[in-house]
Design a protein around this ligand. Structure first.
Ligand code: BGC
Length: 367
């Protein structure tokens, strides 16, 4: 269900394997590749590269500092890079290539564009480095060894359920008018979030409880280029003009907090009541908005836990152990990537204090 299967790619991959077999080449066995490298281990002061995408949400900003500190404390030489604000894909490709050249033993990647790193991760593997996909899966390549993330499909399910709960709290009976937003199409997470949410919402659309009044239910129509707030805001502006001149909008599925706030800004500017709007990331401004009764929900994906999990993987690899994984459902189009998934937590005003109790930055906002 949550697998990212690209049928055409899978068929191409099968054909490629067949061709390689015919030509006498062998494919890399993912398990023995990862395990083989792991068994060898590597020096405790090795370079570990961390290639993060552009800073489209607070979690990425937090992750960089946590990786610097955590990897250095563990004795590694951390090389943390962000893709810039423009030419982001090429930025990240170049950064990963430089990490390979610098002899990084592990390269942790939060992909800017999950489908465009094939060459760089192959070079990394050829140089003997281990590749860990962080938060976002790297697609259509054999050259990714592990994946560490929150359970993205479950994030979507929780968002879909929060939208239903929020609507029911406002008015016990439907039909409810809603609109759907999804993330950047180059981010492998975007369809997983959307599919998770739609697994909850589609039956309610089918039975008439929910009405997507614009008719825009396809992920291509709902996508938000580059995860940019301004793009979500202008789409919301257009939807309000085209569809909500003489009716109210009751709810909006928003894939993250940045876009949720942009959607709320748009609705306010149109002078309409704020609908039930979902989110993700527990960004400071969104937690404030939830406590003020504007944004309805967010998701707590504690970046501290995710970075710690990735660093645990590096430590295991360094001593030659195989890192712990707990999931084998993420298919990147070429292979199942062994994953360690952390459960996400839904947060509304009702449970915010409890959810952020051990987060010194967010807890004070819930008092
Ligand atoms: C992350 C989300 C984030 C989004 C935009 C996704 O890949 O999983 O947490 O909101 O990127 O930065």
């Amino acid at each position: 269900m949550r697998k990212i299967t690209v049928r055409a790619t899978a068929i191409t991959a099968v054909a490629a394997v067949a061709l390689m077999a015919l030509s006498g080449c062998s494919t890399r066995d993912p398990d023995s590749a990862a395990g083989g490298t792991a068994e060898a281990g590597f020096p405790a002061d090795s370079v570990v590269g961390v290639a993060l995408p552009s800073k489209t949400s607070e979690n990425w900003v937090l992750a960089g500092g946590l990786f610097e500190d955590g990897l250095s404390e563990a004795g590694f030489e951390a090389d943390v890079q962000y893709a810039g604000a423009s030419t982001t894909v090429k930025d990240q490709q170049d950064q990963i290539s430089a990490m390979v050249t610098n002899g990084a033993k592990v390269i942790i990647i939060g992909a800017q564009d999950g489908g465009q790193l094939g060459t760089q991760v192959k070079d990394a593997h050829d140089a003997g480095a281990i590749v860990i996909a962080y938060d976002r899966l790297i697609l259509n390549t054999d050259n990714v060894d592990y994946y560490v993330a929150f359970d993205n499909f479950n994030v979507g399910e929780l968002q879909g359920q929060a939208l239903l709960d929020g609507l029911a709290a406002v008015r016990p009976e439907g039909p409810y008018n809603i609109e759907l937003f999804s993330g950047n199409s180059a981010d492998a997470n975007a369809p997983v979030f959307f599919n998770g949410a739609m697994s909850v919402l589609q039956p309610k659309i089918d039975d008439g409880t929910l009405v997507v009044a614009s008719g825009q239910t396809d992920i291509k129509q709902t996508a938000t280029a580059d995860w940019k707030a301004e793009n979500a805001q202008s789409r919301m502006d257009s939807l309000l003009t085209s569809t909500y001149g003489d009716q109210e909008i009751d709810g909006v599925l928003s894939p993250n907090d940045m876009l949720a706030r942009a959607i709320i800004t748009s609705v306010k500017a149109a002078g309409k009541p704020i609908p039930v709007v979902t989110g993700q990331d527990s960004e400071v401004e969104s937690v404030k908005s939830i406590m003020a009764g504007e944004q309805y929900s967010t998701i707590n994906k504690d970046t501290r836990l995710l970075v710690a999990q990735a660093i645990d993987m590096v430590k295991a690899l360094q001593v030659g152990d195989t890192p712990e994984t707990n999931d084998d459902s993420y298919d990147n189009g070429n292979k199942i990537v062994p994953a360690y998934l952390i459960p996400p937590v839904i947060v509304t005003k009702a449970n915010a204090a409890e959810a952020y109790a051990n987060d010194p930055k967010l807890a004070p906002l819930t008092e």
